[in-house]
Write a protein that binds this ligand. Structure first.
Ligand SMILES: C[C@@](CO)(OP(=O)(O)O)[C@H](O)COP(=O)(O)OP(=O)(O)OC[C@H]1O[C@@H](n2ccc(N)nc2=O)[C@H](O)[C@@H]1O
Ligand SMILES: Nc1ncnc2c1ncn2[C@@H]1O[C@H](COP(=O)(O)OP(=O)(O)O)[C@@H](O)[C@H]1O
Length: 284
């Protein structure tokens, strides 16, 4: 096989807690991750040597700082592979949005090279490699519904959340994950999510209680600078979301809906207000 097309889904955090800080500045997290049907398409082609990268978005760097490029470089070096790849990214996931767009492209490239070069790496091998690119990459390799701990590399699959309707709204600015974590004061977090309880709701398919009790401790940090996040959450709740939360470090806000029609009503309302709004489903 010479070419492979990877469908690389975005994620949302159904809740996000921070429990401490490592000496190198990274934070210990406990979060519930969920894949959604908003996807980049990454085509990876086998070439003789070198890494070539192309992307249709002006917001994404087409050079060695691209997460997909870094993933290819790392796997080639680590496993001493004699060869190269051409990577084409069809970008659909908003950039620097809290949706793991860069991480999912990196995960797709690792999986693609594993297949193209017949490496037979296990999921765990690929996840161990992925964390060197970014904390969310191991999860993006696994996908679905999962508990994420450590700095994001300790993953436990959870019973999949079944096809919930989800509206995403991204305000027109980007947020730096590093900056949000650096502004967080762990001792002053006003409310922590009860992650274990939320997992029992997922196991019981009690999505109403799940949605009503979601908490993201990074929300207050990003919201302080950008109150529009609070406004979007309020609109989602007015439009009958089961619950609404900022994803990751933001600024994307998502709302979970019981059915397509209520999701559509909210989607139509937010489209008057923002450019980047999506109606998607949770997926596995
Ligand atoms: C907040 C989350 C929630 O899923 O997602 P996003 O908002 O980025 O999508 C993640 O924890 C983000 O993971 P990711 O975006 O892969 O992080 P990295 O590239 O490894 O790190 C960017 C910077 O964020 C900080 N960082 C990241 C992860 C973590 N557990 N603790 C941290 O303190 C570090 O300062 C690091 O330099
Ligand atoms: N393949 C990629 N896709 C998106 N962004 C990328 C990629 N490679 C590098 N970046 C850079 O990574 C930063 C974070 O982007 P992204 O991964 O979309 O955000 P987040 O961590 O909030 O989910 C951006 O500033 C972007 O320029």
């Amino acid at each position: 096989m010479d070419e492979i097309r990877m469908i690389c889904p975005a994620k949302i955090n159904l809740s996000l807690d921070v429990t401490g800080k490592r000496e190198d500045g990274y934070h210990f997290v406990k979060m519930i991750m969920q894949s959604i049907s908003l996807e980049d398409v990454v085509t990876v082609r086998r070439i003789k040597d070198g890494i070539k990268i192309y992307c249709d978005s002006s917001e994404v760097p087409c050079n060695e700082t691209n997460s997909a490029y870094k993933a290819a470089k790392l796997i080639f070096e680590r496993y001493n592979i004699n060869g190269g790849v051409e990577i084409l990214i069809d970008k659909k996931i908003p950039v620097a949005a809290g949706l793991a767009g860069g991480s999912t492209d990196a995960a797709g490239v690792i999986k693609a090279i594993n297949i193209l070069y017949e490496m037979n790496l296990s999921l765990q091998d690929m996840m161990d490699l992925g964390v060197k690119i970014g904390a969310d990459v191991p999860y993006c390799i696994l996908g679905g519904t999962a508990l994420s701990e450590g700095i994001g590399e300790i993953l436990t699959p959870i019973k999949p959340v079944e096809n919930l309707w989800c509206v995403l709204a991204k305000p027109h600015f980007a947020v730096s994950t590093r900056e949000v974590y650096s502004k967080l004061k762990i001792d002053e977090i006003p409310r922590h999510p009860d992650i274990n309880k939320l997992i029992t709701y997922i196991e019981k398919k009690d999505y109403k209680n799940l949605a009503e009790n979601m908490v993201n401790v990074l929300e207050t940090v990003t919201m302080k600078d950008y109150p529009v996040i609070f406004e979007i959450k309020n609109i989602m709740m007015e439009f009958n979301a089961l619950g609404s939360l900022m994803s990751g470090s933001g600024p994307t806000v998502f709302g979970l809906f019981e059915n397509k029609s209520s999701g559509e009503r909210c989607y139509n309302r937010l489209r008057d207000y923002l450019k980047e709004v999506f109606l998607v489903r949770t997926c596995n």
